[in-house]
Write a protein that binds this ligand. Structure first.
Ligand code: IPD
Ligand code: CA
Ligand code: CA
Length: 267
């Protein structure tokens, strides 16, 4: 049984508690699909309810820490160093469509750097967790990124920009440059889980732009702690600020980056 620190226990318990409500609400969504109004309002209420549970649980356990939450924004803590970075529902579009692939993501940052992270997929009961220097885990098992080193055997995940997002043309160029070289590309619709799956060796890599801090704070740590590399797509290391992410195992990070760079250079 993997040793979980008090901090990880706090995060995992908060995630499980909030997930109970999400799973109940997910069950309702299918009923609502058929109603005229549709489930959109209901889903945003579910999202807010989950965030409130997380806020309550995390504040109760560590009253001095700050909070940065997707729905309610920032709350400064008396401790200026530690901040929870929370996405109460990653994969909202899936949730709304009754697709069972979504998660709660909780990161803890110290002076702006991720030091602990939990990503919980309640449908599959998969708790991904990592702490700085302590490795990455899925439930009770230690995680390692995949050892595949050939692009032709690699399965990559990505995020496709959608209505209201920028970068459509650029994305299509990236897709064209990468698709011809790899075994497959997936778009599952929850960036936190995409990163967790890289940490678990399910995907060899993942790239996306336009992400927010709460999508990636926990996941970046998971990938690093599982032995993978993370950077911005152009190789920089301001992922949390820019929202540009390329995560992969150590053998394939550079080859994937080269393909993405080639896409950028196309006329
Ligand atoms: C979204 C998901 C999606 C990614 C989007 C995110 P949300 O988060 O992670 O996979 O492509 O960029 O905004 O809105 O479901 O929390
Ligand atoms: Ca998200
Ligand atoms: Ca969200």
């Amino acid at each position: 049984m993997a040793y979980r620190s008090a901090l990880i226990n706090v995060m995992a318990q908060a995630a499980r508690k909030a997930a109970r409500g999400l799973v109940r609400d997910f069950g309702e969504v299918e009923q609502l699909q058929v109603s005229k109004k549709g489930p959109a309002d209901f889903v945003s209420a579910a999202d807010l309810r989950a965030e409130e549970v997380l806020r309550r649980e995390l504040q109760k356990a560590r009253p001095t820490f700050g909070l940065r939450m997707e729905e309610s924004g920032e709350t400064a803590g008396s401790d200026r160093e530690f901040v929870w970075v929370v996405d109460p529902l990653d994969g909202t579009t899936n949730f709304l469509h009754g697709i069972p692939h979504f998660a709660i993501s909780i990161g803890l940052e110290r002076a702006g750097q991720p030091v602990a992270g939990v990503i919980y997929d309640p449908v599959k009961d998969e708790m991904f967790w990592a702490e700085n220097g302590q490795g990455a885990h899925l439930n009770d098992h230690r995680l390692r990124v995949s050892s595949r080193s050939k692009l032709t055997e690699a399965v990559l995940a990505t995020g496709i920009p959608f209505h209201g997002r920028a970068g459509h043309e650029n994305f299509l160029a990236e897709l064209a440059a990468v698709a011809a070289e790899v075994a497959g590309i997936r778009r599952f619709g929850a960036a936190a889980l995409d990163l967790a799956y890289v940490a678990a060796g399910r995907y060899e890599g993942f790239w996306e732009t336009g992400l927010s801090r709460w999508d990636i704070s926990a996941g970046l740590l998971l990938v690093r702690e599982a032995g993978g590399l993370v950077s911005e797509i152009d190789g920089g290391n301001k992922m949390l600020e820019s929202g540009s992410v390329l995560a992969a195992n150590a053998s394939l990070h550079e080859p994937i980056r080269t393909l993405l760079r080639r896409a950028k250079q196309r006329p």
